[in-house]
Structure formats: C-alpha cells, structure tokens
Design a protein around this ligand. Structure first.
Ligand SMILES: *Cc1c(COP(=O)(O)O)cnc(C)c1O
Length: 355
C-alpha cells in the first residue's frame, strides 16, 4: 500500500528486531513496546526534524519542566490487522484533534496534523509485524507530548517533545468489573482539565482508585462537585441502560469526550435504540437498580473497548446488576470491533487504512 509520506522523516531502524512472534498474543496490556518510536522536538518556536528511531530511553535534565509542573498530555488509539494483513486505525482524526485540544489547555504547542499522520503511518508501517491478530488483541498506540525544556520556575516550557510509542496488547479486562461511586474525591472540576487527556488527571485518581481496589472493586465512577450526578470512570465513559433506553452523561469541561462513547451513541441511534445524553442522578440509578429497571451499566474507552459493570457501591451499599441476555454492551462491542478489525461494512466512514 502507498503510504503518502510527503515530509521527510529521518528513519533509523534497529539492526535486529526484538520481536518474538511466538509470544506476541495476549501480552499484558501496555507492558512491552515495539522496535521503533516516533519523536519530534519543539524549540525556538518550531517543530524540528521528525525522526523514527529504535525504541530507547530519553535523556532529560532533572530540571525538565514535565517533572515539576506536569505539562504532559497523551492519546490512546489502536491499530488492528485484518485477516488479509491490512492495517487499520479507528477514527484517528479524533485523537489528532483531541491531543491538540489537550495541549492547548496545558499551554503546550499544537502538533501539526500532517506530521501526526505521517509519523503514525510510517511508524505503523515499519512496526506492522508487531500487530497481534489473536482475538481481542491489537497494537495500542500512544502519542504523547511532554515539556522537555529545562528550568524550575513555574511557567510553560519553551521546549517540548512529541512522541508515539506502540505496545502489542491483549484484552484490558477479561471479566466484568465492580465500581465504587465517588462520594468524597473528585477527578475534575469546573474550569479544570478534566476534558483534557492530561497525565495529571490519572495521577490524581490513582489514590482513590487504590482505596476502591482495597475494598474489592476495580474502578471509581466519578461524580460532579455535589457528588449527586454520575460522570465518568476516569479511563472510560459510562453508560446505563434503563429498560431499553441508553443513558450517558453529556460531555462537559469535566468529562472527556471519548471516541468510543460517541461511536456507541451513533451505533445505538442507528440501531433504533433510544439514547439520552443528560445529567444522571445517582439516586435515579440506585432506584432503577432496586426496582429492576437498571438492565446494564458499562464503561467504554479505547483500551478496554466496552466493559460490563456487574455491581456498584454507593455509601457502602452494594447494588448488583443481573446479567441479562442480549446485552447492549455485547451488541455494541461486536459492532464496534467488527468495524475496527475490518470484518464489517464501514457504514459511518470510521476506518482509516494504514497499510
Ligand atoms: C481516554 C479516556 C476515555 C476514553 O476515551 P476514548 O477516546 O474512547 O478512548 C474516557 N475518559 C477519560 C478520562 C479518558 O482519559
């Protein structure tokens, strides 16, 4: 396939690949990396020569701004290989636009669209053998940008490093999960950075998530500042099914505008399912769980795709969600992954051919 590279990316390949095809399947999510990485630095007000190099450690001074002031944003996408060996991305334009929205919020420079796609396509073409094809496997692709300029005074960096690294990955969760609904801690605030994919958003939720894990749950579902309304799960947007209606919170400056979320809404509407994007009270969901009208609850995000939630806890009371037949979560997951892996017609124009 033609890859349409127009800018010059300086390419330095590994002398010997570390790929072990025998163990490519079902690797722990995000734990191993392909042979190469894409890297481009920003200085003197401009992006410099983009490069693809062997995957390797970075050299940064201890005073690099990212370590002190947390200017770091990232994206998460996946590359899929179909049975003919073609390589696909899913709606990568959404990720490209979103990393620049995130960058802007953190006072970082935008990364040019053309370079983003050329870097991505060239890297995936070079490391295409690393894309696993086993069921539920894919190549997780992580574009990110950090403040790599030096100086420990609290102001935006003058230098930045944009990179793309890739990790062959199996399934994120293999079972349904249990969640705790946040009553005290918050992930995001009005006017804050919740809508940005900022590294610090994750760092800030690790501690409350640890507390949830100690109680036997996997994730926290975050709430608004009053802790009355349900928002999102911090790595996933959250959906509820009451009777046959699909509910999800509207995106806002506190909630990340997930690509999986918006794709599910489109698929559901196309399927004739009633979808409501509106604020959802915890009391409404608890009542629905108690009277049996809460049929499903699930998280949705690129890494895990769709994860059914089997129970949730609020104010130390646990609510079970019985496993019904013909779950929406299974229907949406099948339709989404069939498009992603090129097993179905791409009726919404979401697939992007890499190779
Ligand atoms: C990445 C992310 C999601 C999921 O977004 P997708 O585009 O579907 O991967 C949801 N919430 C938060 C906070 C995220 O960082």
């Amino acid at each position: 396939m033609k890859t349409d590279i127009t800018t010059q990316i300086k390419i330095e390949k590994v002398t010997e690949s570390k790929l072990d095809k025998a163990t490519l399947s079902n690797r722990k999510f995000g734990s191993t990396f392909t042979d190469h990485m894409f890297i481009c630095t920003y200085k003197n007000g401009a992006w410099q020569m983009p490069k693809i190099t062997p995957y390797q450690a970075l050299q940064l001074e201890p005073s690099a701004r990212v370590f002190h002031y947390g200017q770091a944003v990232f994206e998460g996408m996946k590359a899929y290989k179909d049975t003919d060996g073609h390589v696909w991305l899913f709606r990568p334009d959404e990720n490209q636009k979103r990393i620049n929205r995130s960058a802007k919020r953190l006072a970082m420079p935008e990364f040019p669209e053309e370079l983003f796609f050329e870097g991505l396509k060239t890297l995936l073409t070079i490391d295409a053998d690393w894309i696993p094809t086993a069921d539920g496997n894919s190549l997780y692709v992580r574009p990110f940008m950090i403040a790599s300029g030096n100086g420990i005074f609290a102001a935006p960096s003058e230098e930045y490093t944009f990179m793309i690294i890739c990790s062959p990955s199996g399934k994120y969760y293999t079972k349904d999960v249990g969640v705790v609904i946040a009553e005290y801690y918050s992930r995001a605030a009005n006017g804050g950075v919740g809508a940005a994919k900022a590294a610090g958003n994750y760092g800030a939720q690790f501690y409350p998530t640890q507390l949830a894990i100690e109680k036997g749950y996997q994730q926290v579902v975050w709430t608004d500042s009053t802790h009355e309304y349900l928002e999102e799960a911090g790595t996933m947007n959250v959906f509820f099914r009451i009777n046959d209606t699909l509910l999800t919170a509207p995106t806002s400056e506190r909630i990340l505008d997930g690509v999986t979320r918006k794709s599910i809404i489109t698929i559901a509407k196309n399927q004739g399912i009633k979808v409501e994007e509106r604020r959802i009270k915890i009391s409404e969901i608890k009542e629905a769980a108690t009277n049996g009208t809460l049929k499903e609850m699930f998280g949705a995000g690129t890494a895990a795709v769709i994860v059914p939630i089997s129970h949730f806890s609020h104010q130390n009371v646990d609510y079970e969600i019985p496993k019904i037949k013909n779950r929406y979560s299974e229907l949406f997951k099948k339709q989404l992954t069939d498009i992603q892996y090129n097993r179905a017609e791409d009726k919404f124009g979401w697939r992007y051919k890499v190779l």
